[in-house]
Design a protein around this ligand. Structure first.
Ligand code: G6P
Length: 422
């Protein structure tokens, strides 16, 4: 079997290699066809992969490609994890909206909208190269909009991924003093806008309202991914668990102030660490038994993606939280919306589980986000400026025609080399 990895030069690749290793028995005989537009980073990561597979005695081969068609040809799974324009483009996504008093945010914000405009044309090209029985397993952000655009406009089979549900369940385990192992939350909604009204430990339902009543709001401790203090404050008011990205909706103006005070974007912070990071990975790839750092992608990112591929391939019917067509999972969103819900993943794709209505305090917000995402997906496919403007006007962070116009005009100009559809 062939698995194509598009964006294999990414700093997240060591985690993907680890993910393949942890399922090496199930993937014996697989070829990992690695693609990246950055030949230098691709060379480092493929060298690392070969060395790690051979050190572990894994029967997985690696090929390197800078030509997309050569990588995708004959692949049963096309795993997409690239960022068009790289982190320099992410910096623009994050900084342009901030000039106008709006959190840019590279996935959930108008920054994610600009990224969708760049990501979707590449995904559509990949979909046109992918065989009819192959699955696109997509991490490229914003995963919900990208998945929606491909699912609605091509015949390709696609499943959208995000590891946030795993990371957030881990954060809530810590906050609520529960073991992470055996803890299952019913995250449901849209990517980076999910909510959990039910929590189980070893299959037994916990009394979430009581746990939240007893929860003491911790002070500080925020990292780029986690803000436990705000999450606890929010959950105590809502009465259910919010996704970490809820902070951008419910603390928007405070976050604007914090970002302005901080002075650098997350993209700039990551860019500053990457040269040393790649140098360390390259040095690790020379060792007999490499053990690269987990700085990028943490622990679960790569393993989750490979587990999804194995669940599809081996028809495991495993419960996983993925982005797929709603059907009847929640009546609060359109049946053909791409939702993030627990699903049983097997050979014929994800089967979403029934989650019921989204909780009232965030139902309208989630519906508004869906409307924005649909318009963004349409704009990214068609390159229609009016639809793009409507999308930004519908975005809950923006809510202003003139602000939307400024972000759109500046964003289209800044990214014009990556926007063939406009
Ligand atoms: C989380 C989100 C991803 C996002 C990533 C950014 O994992 O779920 O969608 O891409 O954070 O992390 P970074 O370290 O690049 O800011």
């Amino acid at each position: 079997m062939r698995i194509a990895v598009i964006g294999a030069g990414s700093g997240y690749m060591p985690g993907v290699i680890r993910g393949v290793l942890h399922r090496a028995g199930d993937l014996a005989g697989t070829e990992l066809a690695c693609h990246d537009v950055d030949a230098g980073h691709l060379e480092i990561m493929t060298r690392l992969a070969r060395r790690m597979f051979s050190a572990a005695g894994a029967a997985v081969t690696v090929s390197a490609h800078t030509d997309l068609k050569a990588a995708v040809d004959g692949a049963s799974y096309v795993f997409t994890t690239f960022r068009p324009g790289g982190l320099a483009a992410r910096h623009l996504d994050e900084s342009i909206p901030l000039k106008y008093g709006v959190v840019g945010q590279e996935t959930a914000g108008p920054g994610g909208f600009l990224m969708a405009l760049r990501s979707v044309p590449v995904l559509l090209e990949i979909a046109s190269l992918t065989g009819p029985d192959a699955w696109i397993v997509n991490y490229t952000n914003p995963t919900n909009i990208v998945t929606d655009a491909v699912a609605r406009t091509t015949g390709a089979r696609i499943i959208g991924l995000c590891d946030q549900a795993i990371g957030d369940t881990e954060m809530w385990a810590e906050l609520l003093g529960l073991p992470f192992e055996g803890l299952e939350a019913d995250w449901a909604g849209l990517n980076h806008a999910t909510w959990a009204q039910r929590l189980r430990l070893d299959g037994h339902e916990l009394d979430l309202p009581r746990l939240l009543d007893d929860l003491e709001v911790p002070g500080g401790g925020a990292t780029p991914w986690r803000d436990p203090s705000r999450m606890a404050e929010l959950a105590k008011t809502l009465g259910f668990l919010p996704n970490s990205y809820a902070k951008y909706y419910f603390f928007h103006d405070e976050v604007v102030e914090e970002l302005r005070r901080k002075g650098t974007t997350r993209a700039q912070d990551v860019l500053a660490m990457l040269p040393a990071y790649y140098a360390r990975v390259a040095a690790e790839a020379e060792k007999a038994d490499p053990d690269p750092s987990r700085e990028r992608g943490g622990g679960e990112h790569g393993e989750f993606a490979v587990d999804v591929i194995c669940a599809l391939h081996r028809d495991e019917g495993r419960r996983m939280i993925v982005n797929t067509r709603n059907g009847g999972a929640t009546p609060s969103l359109d049946p053909d919306a791409i939702v993030e819900v627990p699903s049983l993943v097997g050979r014929s794709g994800p089967v979403p589980l029934t989650m019921g209505p989204l909780p009232a305090p965030v139902r309208g917000l989630t519906q508004a986000i869906h409307v924005y995402e649909r318009l963004a997906s349409d704009a990214a496919v068609t390159g229609d400026r009016r639809t793009a403007l409507q999308a930004l006007m519908a975005h809950p962070f923006v809510r202003s025609k003139h602000t939307a116009e400024k972000i759109l005009d500046e964003g289209l100009a800044a990214h014009r080399d990556h926007l063939p559809q406009f």
